[in-house]
Design a protein around this ligand. Sequence first.
Ligand code: AMP
Ligand code: ZN
Length: 113
Amino acid sequence: MNECLFCRIAAGEIPSTKVYEDEKFYSFMDINPQAKVHALIIPKKHYADMAELSAADAALAGEMLKKACLVAEKLGLKNGFRLITNTGADARQSVRHTHIHILGGEELSERMG
Ligand code: AMP
Ligand code: ZN
C-alpha cells in the first residue's frame, strides 16, 4: 500500500474536498486553512518536492502553475492570491509529496516567512 498521504488523497483512498481534477493534477481544500480560502494542488504522480519535480519534468511543473492559477479563478480569487510551495526542512514542508498552496479570499499578511 502507498504510504504517501497525498498519493492516497489523489487516489480517493482518503477523503478530501475536491476543487479540481484532471488526468495529471488534483486540487482540494487544505484541512487546516491558513487564510479564508486555502486550497492545495498536487501532481498525481509522486515527486517529493518542487526541486525534484522541476528537475525531472519542467513542463509538468509549469503546467502545475497554470492549473494553480485556474484553481484560483475557480475559487473566485479575483482580488489576488498567493502561491506557496514549501520545499524541504527549512521551509517546514510537512508532506513530502509536492504541492502548491493557493491562499486568498482576504488581504494576506505582509510577511511571507
Ligand atoms: P506543507 O507544510 O507545506 O507540507 O503543507 C502541508 C499541508 O497539507 C498543510 O497545510 C496541512 O494542513 C495540509 N494537510 C495535511 N493533511 C491533509 C488532509 N488530509 N487534507 C487536506 N489537507 C491536509
Ligand atoms: Zn505521493
